[in-house]
Write a protein that binds this ligand. Structure first.
Ligand code: PFF
Length: 453
């Protein structure tokens, strides 16, 4: 790629990276996983992973990007000829994720429109969500609109505009989440949920908890997909890399934490622990509309808060989807001599087609279950529990043993001190690789019912 435009400064980078990181992963995925995997214990494991593994992988990726100034495949290739495949693997994960991300983006769109057009009372009814996603056509129509919107931004280059809008909207999302979280926590019966979410219960701990938290951490921070390499390549040599990574971590984790606080206590208030633990991907769509409906004001409050909330979720999802598509497009353009426009349209069509089974998996294809998972959940599982840990493992081995941690350390130190240097070197070389392998093995055994840790 020729001349790279640089971000206007560190803030530009942090916002763009946060725009990619904060998305459905934080608001839709994190709360249902936390509810499913033991609440407090999941939160604790998650936080530990963010400041150790998450930090290590993110700083490695951003530094690789800034050092080489290239997109993922070329960046790995430049550092070592034989390792370009790690970049390819990352783009492959991004491609699969994007296919089902669009489906959920479509659900968000549907909810937004329902709230804006006054149809929200129906949306809040029990059974609405399952009936809706069980339909054959409507979800696919909204999915199409979401894909086209993502493609339009990629083609139209309105990315700058989106970044500018995100600058205002991301803080609004945080404020609105705080307000809704406070409201949820004060509902009668919500305290049980707050306790469940915040207090770790060590009996709920298992290898699967760690794997789920680890997959979620990579997903939420947009790691192991080459995205941070791409963004790092736009960073200037004088920017403080460690500080920027720290800010993204705080922002991303903060939004996920708030989403949990917004959703989990509310489900406890409405249906107790069983409902929370078993809800799965439907949690956000089923619980929150019910909470909004209870806000009173003859439905006006529900319409306003619901529309604002789903609009912000939609924008967060769009900025993430854009970064996912960008990662795939950049890789395809680098590998094959295809025009950007052609590549983008081709990929949009491909992810759309691949998304259709995920969507139908809740309706006409609901008889298809692999390992007890629906098609969408299966794609989600393959990327988060298998592909991303493997890509992260390879990245750590590559940095720790092939190019050596000092390559990254030197890059970080170009512009600032590296306070967590020791932690970085030890984690990248030893702890992360050993740990990821152990977790992968034990959770596969766990899934197959052979052993439980
Ligand atoms: N981090 C995004 C989220 O939490 O929704 C999803 C995502 C975007 C994952 C970009 C990976 C990625 F490369």
């Amino acid at each position: 790629m020729a001349e790279r435009s640089k971000f206007s400064g560190q803030l530009g980078f942090v916002l763009a990276a946060a725009g990619s990181a904060v998305g459905l992963g934080n608001i839709w995925r994190f709360p249902y996983l936390a509810a499913k995997y033991g609440g407090g214990i999941f939160l604790l494991v998650y936080l530990i992973l963010v400041v150790t593994f998450g930090f290590t992988v993110m700083i490695a990726e951003v530094a690789i990007g800034r050092k080489t100034g290239l997109s993922p495949v070329d960046a790995f290739r430049k550092l070592h000829k034989r390792f370009a495949f790690i970049g390819v693997l990352g783009s492959f994960s991004a491609f699969i994720i994007l296919s089902y991300y669009n489906v959920i983006g479509g659900w968000v769109l549907k909810y937004l429109v329902s709230f804006m057009t006054g149809a929200h009372t129906a949306t809040a009814q029990e059974g609405f969500f399952d009936a809706y996603i069980g339909g054959a056509f409507e979800p696919i129509i909204w999915q199409t609109i979401f894909v086209v919107a993502t493609l339009a931004v990629i083609l139209g280059g309105v990315k700058k505009g989106i970044e500018r809008v995100s600058k205002v909207l991301m803080p609004v999302l945080v404020l609105l989440s705080i307000a809704i979280a406070i409201y949820s926590c004060t509902l009668p019966g919500a305290m049980e949920g707050v306790k469940y979410y915040l207090l770790p219960n060590f009996q709920d701990f298992s290898a699967t908890t760690v794997l789920a938290a680890m997959g979620q951490m990579f997903y939420s921070m947009s790691l192991a997909m080459g995205i941070m390499i791409t963004y790092g390549s736009y960073l200037r040599k004088e920017d403080d890399l460690e500080k920027a990574v720290g800010q993204i971590e705080i922002f991303d984790t903060g939004v996920a934490f708030l989403a949990g606080l917004m959703i989990i206590p509310a489900v406890f208030a409405a249906g107790g622990r069983e409902t929370a633990v078993n809800a799965g991907p439907s949690l956000m769509f089923v619980t929150l509309p019910g909470v909004f409906e209870k806000m009173g004001g003859g439905g006006i409050m529900s319409a306003i808060v619901g529309s604002a909330f789903f609009l912000l979720v939609l924008l967060a999802a769009l900025t993430s989807a854009i970064s996912l598509m960008e990662a795939v497009v950049a890789t395809i353009c680098d590998r094959f001599a295809i025009k950007r426009r052609t590549a983008a349209i081709g990929i949009a069509v491909a992810v759309f087609l691949l998304g259709i089974p995920s969507s139908l998996g809740f309706g006409p294809l609901s008889f298809i279950k692999v390992l007890g998972l629906s098609i969408l959940d299966l794609f989600d599982f393959i990327t988060n529990a298998v592909l991303m840990p493997i890509t992260a493992l390879l990245t750590c081995l590559f940095v720790g043993w092939v190019i050596k941690p000092k390559t990254i350390v030197e890059e970080v130190k170009l512009s600032s001190r590296f306070r967590r240097e020791k932690l970085f070197c030890i984690v990248v070389k030893y702890i992360a690789p050993i740990f990821i392998v152990l977790i992968l093995i034990s959770s596969v055994l766990d899934m197959l019912g052979i052993a439980k840790i």
